[in-house]
Design a protein around this ligand. Structure first.
Ligand code: AHR
Length: 512
């Protein structure tokens, strides 16, 4: 209580820092690390209207669709270049039995989704529907297997069903269900949040179960699996310690979940009505992910100095109160420019740690938490977060360029300090340099001087996402309130760049 009072007093006493020029010194020759495209991964759970209504409406729907997938959503996701899609959960995964979702639809059981609002799950979207969607989007599937309430045999046979070419009972069953060739499945999660909804386990016990379940996830016909152990929730460093010690190189990756929210009990606050203080606090909480990543990485480095085990932030994003009037337990929330800035700042952090971070999956792709897309009947809107992912797709598989950034900072509630400008830079396969910048300042533009060692910039073009009010968002009535525009605020001066970055904005620049 005392500590809270002190930090509030401090916060009140520290207004916005006086405006000063931000500098960014990029080192184009020193880039080593690829920004794995999987850092731009998505997550689709049987939760609320993420799958049913969001991605899938069924072939008989009056909503325009291709084989049951919404055409508008398919088009939007293709444009996003989704690299990997995690499914079927989340918490849902540890109660999902894959055999319920194969074969003729009329024979598939109708069950209660115990995790998410008690909604009836008719299993019309199952393994075939998911893997075919990944093929249509050109993305890798990331299957989350059931450890909490499933058997070793069930998981082993699921892998066989999806990936065995021929001559096995599961390959035969798949062919009977209409799919001749196996799918390519690389990423397989062995349980989800096994410390919580995935079985309430201790790390020692889960570590042993991981060893057992993963042993029987076989590699058929040259299909190489990347096996991911269920990892820690944000500050649970002991979980990572025990898993690294007891499982080590038996896993290819270890997950981490980090949500930008105010905690797990009580109100999380509204997605669209918030104070300036709430806003800055949120960005401070979002940036805290860097310290969390560093600490997990330090533990991983101790057991795996050659960085063979990847860290997969396979759930992240903002978590607000559900929108008034929506179904409890469906986690439907709106998405403002505040969320767009959380996306940009988080991606900027992930880029810095790609020597360890192998993948990240924002939660979730449609209609749940920090979505890319919101749908209502036949209407669809793209959220401000979607636009950040679309603007940032230029960084996928590019080489991260190291840089120093000097910028003003703001003191925030709970002893946090947030830099007003956040940035990242990369060089793509064609040698083109892209820079992304975010100005979180609610009132002031920021002037940024960017140098690139000896490299002289010839020209620059850009795009900007910005708003008049920080809580501006897209609705079914006004779907284009927040959308990217051409940016003319960057100028070349003596081979360097001078950028005037408007308040509340995300900008991407392409250099000539
Ligand atoms: O994304 C919503 C839920 O958050 C997931 O199902 C679970 O893994 C996490 O707690």
């Amino acid at each position: 209580m005392k500590k809270g009072l002190i930090s509030i007093a401090l916060f009140a006493a520290m207004p916005l820092c006086a405006q000063e020029t931000t500098t960014m010194a990029i080192h184009p020759q020193d880039g080593k690390q690829i920004i794995y495209k999987e850092i731009y991964g998505q997550f689709a759970e049987h939760l609320g209207t993420c799958i049913y209504g969001g991605l899938w409406v069924g072939e008989d729907s009056p909503i325009p669709n291709t084989k049951g997938y919404r055409n508008d959503v398919l088009q939007a996701l293709k444009n996003l270049k989704v690299p990997v899609l995690r499914w079927p959960g989340g918490c849902f995964a540890d109660e999902y039995h894959w055999r319920d979702g194969i074969g003729p639809k009329e024979n598939r059981p109708r069950l209660v989704n115990n995790n998410w609002g008690g909604t009836i799950e008719d299993n019309s979207f199952g393994t075939h529907e998911f893997l075919n969607l990944c093929e249509m989007l050109g993305c890798e599937p990331y299957i989350s297997g059931n450890v909490g309430s499933g058997t070793v045999e069930e998981m082993a046979k699921w892998v066989e069903y999806m990936t065995a070419e021929q001559g096995s009972p599961m390959a035969k069953l798949r062919k009977e269900n209409g799919r001749e060739k196996p799918w390519k499945v690389k990423f397989i999660g062995v349980g989800n949040e096994s410390w919580g909804c995935g079985g309430s386990m201790r790390p020692e016990y889960y570590g042993d179960l991981y060893r057992r379940y993963s042993t029987y996830c076989r590699e058929y016909n040259g299909n190489h699996l990347y096996k991911v152990a269920s990892g820690a929730s944000d500050y649970d460093y002991n979980w990572t310690e025990v898993l690294m010690k007891n499982v080590g190189h038996r896993m290819n990756g270890l997950s981490l979940h980090y949500y930008t929210c105010s905690g797990w009990s009580g109100s999380k606050g509204s997605a669209i009505s918030f104070t300036d203080d709430d806003y800055y606090w949120t960005l401070g909480k979002c940036l805290e992910i860097e310290q969390v990543i560093k600490k997990h990485c330090a533990i991983m480095d101790k057991y795996d100095p050659n960085k063979q085990v990847g860290l997969l932030v396979d759930e992240w994003g903002t978590w607000w109160d559900e929108e008034p009037g929506t179904v409890r337990g469906h986690l439907y929330q709106q998405n403002t420019m505040r969320d767009a800035l959380v996306a940009a700042l988080s991606l900027n952090v992930f880029h810095k740690y790609t020597d360890r971070i192998r993948m990240a999956n924002i939660a979730q792709i449609a209609n749940v938490l920090q979505s890319m897309i919101l749908t209502k009947d036949d209407k669809m809107v793209l959220t401000p977060t979607y636009h950040v992912f679309e603007m940032y797709k230029i960084h996928q598989d590019a080489t991260f360029l190291p840089f120093e950034l000097t910028t003003a900072k703001k003191a925030v509630r709970d002893d946090r300090v947030v830099p007003l400008v956040s940035a990242t830079a990369s060089k793509d396969g064609n040698g083109v340099i892209h820079i992304s910048l975010a100005n979180i300042d609610l009132e002031n533009d920021q002037t940024i001087e960017i140098s690139l060692d000896n490299l002289k910039v010839k020209g620059v073009s850009g795009r900007i996402l910005t708003v008049n009010h920080i809580n501006d968002h897209n609705t079914f009535e006004q779907p284009n309130m927040v959308k990217p525009e051409t940016f003319n605020g960057a100028k070349v001066q003596n081979g360097n760049l001078k950028v005037v970055l408007p308040s509340k904005s995300v900008v991407t620049l392409t250099l000539d």
